[in-house]
Design a binder for this molecule. Structure first.
Ligand code: TXE
Length: 497
């Protein structure tokens, strides 16, 4: 069973565990109680550049890109089996790094194994397609090839899930990669590299650098030997990655969060709407890119719905990852706690009505963790800071609407476009609204289900490209058109004189 490495040789380069070239390390601290989790290597740009050179060589030698897609798929299926075998160890490591409840980390591990299984099965199924040339003397096909060397930069909220959404399709397509997980939550990425090696991944195909974005991450966006950079994180950093990648015109895939509407019509089942509104925003303390942070409720149901959400929010039990009574956990860091609190203060200063929360929970047991109370802010106005900005914390804002057109207009009034929910007992209305929402995923009478076989990604400034589904594999492939003249002979385009 893999163990997180405490010896601070946590860079995985060319199949070897090595320390940072300059010997620097970083302590990983549990956000729930401030305890030391582990110590990892702190890579600098030189380490990442070495990993890029290794991944380039491994790509060019064809030891992975030249294998059959079925064999690559088999490796991913073996990875899924090991993830199931070692689920307890993985889940514990994820909870220690993130502070999230153990049961939620266990769900994440199930989803991660399912992701590897999905891409493992998909890998060998598509050999490209024949194209009609219009001539019996020529054949033509479009085939899919790996993009090449992929740089992957991932965040801290679903650390291994976001890694899996990149690593599984990249390997299925025959790429090599360098992964830089969030400097706050590297433990499960370290375990994954051990699992990939155990499953038979050749040396140099998958490489890991643990370190900060500015030092270890930036070369993955800038370096000419990186063919694709895939990033999940905040909008501000995503813009930066895009700009850094532009001079080398590499492929860029971005998943950048959202300001996601949850539209509740007055004909919805009341208890269902309450239940999902709470789950949509307070799951993992709102640190979810698709969190239902904007409750948009029809006038007639507004007062009763908000009263009940407030009552229930005040009963949510907060605690650490291994507290069996806890229903939600801490925020990731003191900086993030400050950011969430600043957001709340700003929302209230501009006229939002604070109905509950807006501060840290009291009590000794919360003193060493970054906890924040579930917060509800009513009567926020369109165009205001509270509606435009992502808090990425346990903060629900409430807006009202009158009719269907009004609901759609308000729900689309954001520069993000990742996901949204619609609650109504009228199936035709649900479909009409879903079709008009400019968001990459729409849930009807539900919130938060993700399926490995369904594309995930954002409209507008929520990102570029798609993860999961067939398009998620396509991100890591180049299409090549191969045309063959079956009866070659002079064409006499130019005269012979
Ligand atoms: O993320 P960053 P942060 C949102 C959320 C949050 C905000 C900022 O609103 O409050 O982003 O969070 C790496 N070159 N999301 O600061 O900076 C970094 O090391 C290369 C949404 O924690 O985006 C980490 O690995 N890499 C989100 C990754 O980028 C760089 C999840 C994400 O960090 C870099 C998390 C650089 N110059 C936050 N700077 C989602 N979409 O799920 C940083 N990084």
């Amino acid at each position: 069973m893999p163990q997180a490495d405490n010896s601070a040789s946590t860079l995985f380069i060319d199949g070897e565990w090595v320390p940072a070239a300059d010997g620097r390390t970083r302590q990983i601290i549990c956000p729930a109680d401030g305890q030391l989790v582990t110590t990892v290597s702190e890579a600098g740009a030189a380490d990442t550049e070495r990993a890029i050179a290794v991944a380039r060589r491994a790509y060019e030698d064809g030891a992975w890109s030249g294998t059959s897609a079925w064999d690559r798929g088999d490796l991913l299926l073996r990875v899924a089996d090991i993830l199931v075998r070692d689920k307890a160890e993985y889940a514990r490591a994820e909870s220690l790094d993130t502070g999230k409840r153990l049961v939620e980390s266990e769900y994440d591990m199930d989803d991660i194994a399912a992701c590897f299984r999905y891409f493992g099965k998909l890998a060998g199924q598509d050999a490209g397609r024949l194209v009609d040339t219009g001539s019996p003397d020529a054949i033509s096909r479009v085939q899919h090839e790996p993009v090449g060397v992929c740089g992957m930069i991932t965040p801290w909220n679903f650390p291994l899930l976001q890694v899996a959404w990149k690593v599984a399709p990249a390997l299925a397509a025959g790429n090599t990669f360098i992964l830089k997980p969030s400097e706050l939550t590297p433990s499960t990425a370290i375990l994954l590299m051990k699992t990939l090696a155990e499953a038979g991944m050749p040396a140099g195909v998958g490489n890991l650098v643990t370190g900060t974005g500015a030092e270890a991450g930036q070369p993955l966006a800038e370096h000419p030997d990186i063919d694709l950079v895939s990033f999940t994180g905040g909008l501000h950093t995503g813009r930066k990655i895009s700009a850094l990648a532009a001079p080398t015109v590499k492929k860029v895939a971005l998943e950048l969060g959202g300001k996601n509407p949850n539209v509740v019509f007055a004909d919805s089942d009341f208890d269902t709407a309450v239940d999902f509104a709470l789950m949509a925003i307070f799951l993992h303390s709102g640190q979810v890119c698709s969190a239902g942070a904007r409750l948009i409720v029809q006038d007639e149901m507004h007062d009763a719905l908000v009263d009940e959400i407030v009552r229930r929010a005040e009963q949510i039990r907060i605690g650490g990852p291994f507290d069996s009574e806890a229903e939600t956990g801490p925020l990731i860091s003191p900086e993030h706690l400050r950011k969430v609190d600043d957001y709340v203060q700003e929302a209230v200063a501009e006229g939002g009505v604070l109905r509950t929360g807006g501060k840290r929970p009291e009590g000794e047991r919360f003193a060493n963790g970054h906890y924040y109370l579930p917060t509800v802010i009513d009567e926020v106005q369109q165009g205001s800071y509270a509606v435009i900005e992502e808090s990425f914390g346990p903060v629900l804002t409430v807006e009202r609407f009158t009719d269907e057109d009004d609901a759609v207009r308000i729900a689309n009034d954001t520069h993000y476009g990742l996901a949204g929910g619609v609650f109504t007992s009228d199936p035709a209305k649900a479909q009409r609204v879903a079709n008009r929402l400019r968001h990459g995923t729409v849930w009807i009478n539900d919130f938060h289900p993700y399926l490995p076989q369904a594309e995930w990604g954002g409209h507008k400034q929520s990102g570029i490209g798609r993860e999961l589904g067939r398009a998620g594999l396509g991100e890591y492939q180049e299409a090549k058109h191969v045309y063959q003249n079956l009866r070659p002979g002079p064409q006499h385009w130019f005269s012979e004189k």
